[in-house]
Write a protein that binds this ligand. Sequence first.
Ligand code: GDP
Length: 458
Amino acid sequence: MIEDTIAAIATALGEGSIAVVRVSGPDAVNTVAMVFKSKYNLREAKSHTVQYGWIVDPINERILDEVLVTVMKGPRSFTAEDVVEVSTHGGIVAVKSVLEVILRNGARLAEPGEFTKRAFLNGRIDLAQAEAVIDLIRSKSDRAFQVARKQAEGDLSKQIIPMRQKLIELLAHVEVNIDYPEHDVDEVTTGVIREDCGVILKEVEGLLDRANEGKILREGIVTVIVGRPNAGKSSLLNALARENKAIVTDIPGTTRDIVEENISLSGIPLRLLDTAGIRETSDIVERIGVERSHDALNEADLILLVLNHHEPLHEDERKLLKQLKERSTLIVINKIDLPGLLEINEVEQDYNSEQIVYLSAKEGSGIESLERAVSGLFFSGEVESGDLTYVSNARHITLLYQTKKSLEEAINASEESVPIDLIQIDIASSWESLGQILGDAAGDSLLDQIFSQFCLGK
Ligand code: GDP
């Protein structure tokens, strides 16, 4: 039973037109009412209405800000408790002073993620949905956002719940067989086990097959652009950035001289890595032997090797072509606006046509073919296909693998006339692993670990 009332600033700290203090708990309305001056009585406000007024410090009657206060009574709120949101003026001063006076009048400062944690503890959402809220906040591309949104709505949970239901029914069947052996014959039961576990195993495998796609959508494809000086690497980077105005971050790495840019290529997020060292000399081929550029290449999910259409192949490039063919590499033949002097037939010896892309970074033409090639490399189906249920969270993936293992063991055991009560253990543990995705019987330390990843006020 949650008894205290929490408060935090829910918006990002910085300059903006408004900021929001969120208060949740049994005393939310009362606490805000103590510092709210208006011609309306907040304590009598209907749920899901907005009141206009001022936040006033009750000690000295000083007006702190002119605000709009939204009242959302539980259970129809984010936390399923009474929630009050105070919209203050933007900037840091107003919102901080409003938070401070609310904290002095009965609320306590929320921990990071505590609002979402309450939504989970109050049973409004399951753990998989709560975790999707983190993904929502962090998503760097439209598509990653859509995937997280679907999961926050419970899409993954909707697939897992029926699987668990089926496993429970199977466990009941097995239980009856163990308690009343005369009731059923073992062969019938093992047959049912094989069949039911087989069906669920297929579904689990389906989710796992596409898990990598989910991870990519969430975290981005780590991409490194390589090529000789003047091949057009920077121009390609600029063309990509221009095509996709969605440059979300530009984080100069502090420890490893890695510059990272996030761009979105028709909804597929690319994390372009560029080592500062490589930038300096700009001759990556010379530096391939250097450890740092090796690191960047080793980390890469995708390598874009840029070749100049207007020049014959260089020895270094021949070496790179051989060296990179075992990796996820796309050959970008740049400067197709200029006459071709490049020996394309040599490139074609090691790379198939899906891996070779022709474009002009300068004119910005051919970028779509790069998009197609990238999605062809990483996605089994069309990226824009409707089904957005991807398992993207590492914790969920691990649990799905555990489920898969238990189900396979149950199936194998049922084929080898292992006693039914032993098989039952495998089925029960697959049921448990699936339950952990939803947060069934999740321990405090796991919850702390998950919710501490949130920002304050969420
Ligand atoms: P980097 O050294 O690989 O980063 O190459 P840059 O991007 O700096 O490009 C080298 C030169 O090639 C610059 O003068 C660019 O304007 C030119 N360049 C890049 N892409 C193209 C292209 O598609 N067509 C033409 N004609 N010139 C290009």
